[in-house]
Design a protein around this ligand. Structure first.
Ligand code: NDP
Length: 329
């Protein structure tokens, strides 16, 4: 099918760092031209990730002006030089930059065709957060059946995948959620035990369930406010995987503290686990298997319109969401 490529498009631009108010809805952004190794994709669904807020606030530095957004799904419209694995009209999901727009130049090396049985919304809603959960549980800390593990923000995007994957491995998950209204979703996600965040409650539950041993792994995307507790509830020779900053960045820390229990700490970035083509293909094909064969699902919190991006960021940062926040251009 031929598609006339317009010169300008809708998208979200930020020119300076700040709160959600710096997200500017534009209708006259230039449609990108795909360079070597890139594909022009007409985005159908755009994923919102916590990392988008870090680039918005400046916690993670990036050049401005910038179009935010790290993932989207849609249709291949044109191919840049030396791209041979895709055809015009392919239904794809991709990870890269500048996804908060009608069109994006996606890196072919981080694009994958969506299997026919999987919808474009589900594919977009899954890719970044599910691959994060997959790599956390296989590479950051290879979880074993029977292990007790702790998952924070268990009704969230990454948390939903962590709980499902850990259940499939046969691990016992203690899930932590921020409020009573999130308990049922964490249970549906597959957590064996769910506790609502509060003074001393996580410590108490871990002690009770592990006979005072502590959990073999903590998957902590909350960061600043939970870091010390994550170390405290971790078992001797266990792992604390600190993979995010939803409450702020973890403060500088003296590594000598680890020797008290020979704890391993790891601070992974998904992008470094899917760096090579082999890694990208390995993890994306595993994701499709989890969805098609193991029937894992993604909970979509809400489908926003691109122009309501500030509301979406407020919902995510205000701990109002459970599952994936998606946008349509
Ligand atoms: P979530 O859907 O998990 O949303 C964030 C959740 O964090 C909130 O719903 C809330 O859940 C919890 N939270 C706890 N304290 C706070 C706070 N002070 N402010 C806001 N939220 C808080 O988001 P994502 O799934 O997109 O991301 C989860 C984490 O994983 C983030 O830290 C993100 O940066 C990280 N991440 C890291 C990657 C990597 O490569 N290292 C890749 C992908 C994500 P509750 O109310 O239940 O506590």
């Amino acid at each position: 099918a031929s598609h006339t490529i317009p010169k300008t498009m809708k998208g979200i631009l930020i020119e300076k760092t700040g709160g959600p108010e710096v997200l500017q809805y534009k209708t006259d952004l230039p449609v990108p031209t795909p360079k070597d190794g890139e594909i022009l994709v007409k985005n159908e669904y755009i994923g919102i990730n916590y990392i988008d807020t870090y680039f918005r606030t400046g916690l993670y530095p990036s050049p401005k002006p910038e179009i935010l957004g790290r993932e989207a799904s849609g249709t291949v419209i044109s191919l840049g030089p030396s791209v041979s694995d895709f055809s015009i009209g392919d239904r794809v999901v991709w990870m890269g930059t500048a996804a908060y727009a009608e069109y994006s130049a996606a890196p072919a090396a981080k694009t994958v065709k969506i299997p026919p049985a999987i919808g474009s919304a589900d594919a977009c809603a899954s890719i970044l957060q599910a691959l994060t959960a997959l790599t956390l549980t296989t590479e950051s800390h290879p979880v074993q059946a029977g292990d007790w593990v702790l998952v924070l923000a268990a009704s969230g995007g990454v948390g939903g995948w962590l709980c499902q994957i850990l259940r499939a491995i046969g691990a016992h998950t203690i899930a932590v959620v921020g409020s009573e209204g999130k308990v049922a979703v964490a249970k549906e996600n597959g957590a064996e035990v769910v506790v609502v965040e509060g003074e001393g409650v996580v410590e108490k539950m871990v002690k009770e369930k592990t006979g005072g041993q502590g959990v073999k792994a903590v998957f902590d995307g909350v960061g600043k406010t939970t870091w010390e507790r994550s170390l405290a509830v971790c078992a001797r020779k266990g792992t604390v995987a600190s993979f995010g900053n939803a409450s702020g960045a973890v403060e500088p820390f003296a590594i000598s503290k680890l020797s008290a229990k020979n704890i391993k700490i790891v601070r992974p970035s998904l992008f470094n686990y899917i760096h090579t083509r082999e890694e990208w293909e390995h993890y994306t094909s595993r994701l499709w298997k989890l969805m098609e064969h193991d029937k894992m699902t993604v909970r979509i919190h809400e489908l926003y319109s691109l122009k309501d991006v500030a509301t979406a960021h407020n919902d995510l940062e205000g701990r109002k969401s459970m599952g994936k926040l998606l946008m349509t251009p």
